[in-house]
Design a protein around this ligand. Structure first.
Ligand code: NAD
Length: 430
């Protein structure tokens, strides 16, 4: 068990929480840099993104009017390999959020020892109010505007909130048309018919469930029969729900942006998926009672899995969390102050850069097959992913123990250390 002294938060963070995700990512980095005693030059190199691109995306809407959207791509660090990261479509997306997500991707890839750097992008839009044709035109123009910075050897895109394999297919096709040849390696998470990997869709959730299994061992809890609450029933949360159920854990609560559904005896994942597909929400699913997202987070359960947006757990609710284990499938769901509260209360937190790393590992397997030109069916993708996750988990625990730190700090120290070592070895150009 990784035990633990508290690393104090720097005084510049006021008790009124700073919820800016990029400030949070930098604060986490500063702590790791302090543990690692990185010199000032390396600190400033690793603290800021290497490249930030902001673009205007004009799209003809179905009513023939033109609307101009704002899109971003951030490459945080490419010392260990090409940038790799998601594409988020959301109305509240901010550049600082994209910078934070790109930073976390750098650490995530390093943590599972995959030769990728960290990238992230997205568009400020409300995809739920757009038609499929509008989303296709938006995605294609976004890809076109990204042409100067993306590519299989420079920056590889992946799905994230409100994007999926279809979005990746449009982006890949646009990139391929512009270059005059098929280039599947520019995205991961594309359809299998285009060189995608069958296991990619569920990889992030599978990684999170493996991380939960390992955390259960630490806490001496059996996953079989353990009660689980999952916030977010999208690509990650819905698959996590199914994989927990396959391992005979009892998923007692699920939710989406409209609210949640609760059944103390357990929710059937397939019935939940069918209900969500039919109605657009899990709220009101027969055989469940309603609960709010706040109530879900505060449920008494063994494992809580935030799989929705950032800043779900803050100073405002950290003292109400009753789960014994928190598995961060989402990116940035917990603020540094909430971290401290949860840690003090003995809740074992598996941090996002570890729990959510299954996607980047599977994305790498897909990318290698694409670059190889392989069309043979992939073998043992799930087993390979599980091996990568279990190894990373053990390394994070060992690092945390060595530094008398908690798991987030252990994960950050391990990941930042790897990137810093590579950066130092490469030296400065020119
Ligand atoms: P998604 O768009 O498929 O699903 C998001 C889910 O969260 C939906 O069910 C939505 O209704 C719900 N949600 C939105 N706002 C909410 C709110 N305020 N309260 C409760 N639920 C809310 O997105 P996803 O791809 O499943 O991503 C979820 C999280 O996992 C994100 O943090 C993302 O960055 C992270 N992640 C995704 C991947 C991936 O491959 N898709 C990989 C790594 C990490």
């Amino acid at each position: 068990m990784a035990t633990v002294t508290r690393a104090p938060l720097p005084a510049r963070i006021s008790p009124r929480e700073d919820l800016n995700p990029f400030h949070i990512a930098q604060l986490q980095f500063d702590m790791a840099a302090e543990f690692l005693k990185l010199d000032a030059a390396l600190r400033s190199l690793l603290r800021a993104p290497r490249r930030v691109l902001e673009v205007a995306i004009p799209v003809e809407m179905d009513n023939s009017q033109t609307k101009v959207f704002t899109g971003y791509r951030v490459q945080h660090n490419v010392v260990r390999g090409p940038a790799k990261g998601g594409t988020r479509y959301h109305l509240n997306l901010t550049l600082d959020e994209v910078k934070a997500l790109a930073t976390w991707m750098t650490w995530k890839a390093a943590l599972v020892d995959i030769p990728f750097g960290g990238g992230m992008g997205g568009v400020i839009c409300d995809p739920k109010r757009m038609s499929k044709a509008e989303l296709e035109r938006l995605s294609r123009r976004y890809a076109y505007e990204m042409l100067p910075v993306i590519g299989p050897e420079t920056d590889i895109l992946a799905p994230d909130i409100n994007t999926d394999s279809q979005t990746m297919a449009w982006i890949m096709d646009t990139y391929s048309m512009a270059h005059g040849h098929l280039s599947p390696g520019v995205v991961s998470g594309k359809p299998v018919a285009l060189g995608g990997s069958a296991g990619q869709r569920e990889a992030t959730a599978r990684g999170a469930v493996v991380a939960a299994e390992e955390a259960c061992k630490q806490k001496r809890i059996s996953l079989r029969g353990a009660s689980v609450a999952i916030q977010g029933f999208g690509s990650v949360g819905s698959v996590a729900c199914r994989l927990f159920a396959e391992r005979k854990a009892r998923v007692v609560a699920i939710s989406d942006s409209r609210g949640g559904a609760y059944n103390s005896r357990g929710i059937d994942p397939l019935r939940a998926q069918r209900y969500k597909d039919r109605t657009g929400t899990v709220v009101g699913m027969p055989g469940t009672s309603r609960l709010t997202n706040d109530e879900l987070l505060a449920l008494k359960c063994d494992i809580l899995v935030p799989a929705a947006l950032g800043n779900a757990l803050t100073l405002a609710n950290a003292d109400q969390i009753k789960a014994r284990i928190l598995v961060e499938a989402a990116n940035g769901p917990t603020t540094p102050h909430a971290d401290e509260v949860l840690h003090r209360r003995g809740i074992l937190l598996v941090p996002d850069i570890l729990a959510g790393a299954g996607g980047v590992a599977a994305g790498y397997f897909e990318w290698v097959r694409n670059l190889d030109g392989s069309s043979s069916p992939e073998k043992d993708a799930a087993a390979r992913l599980e091996t990568v996750m279990r190894r990373a988990f053990a390394e994070v625990v060992a690092t945390a123990q060595k530094h008398h730190a908690h798991l987030r700090q252990g994960a950050q120290i391990l990941a930042v250390g790897r990137v810093a070592e590579a950066a130092a070895a490469r030296g400065l150009f020119p």
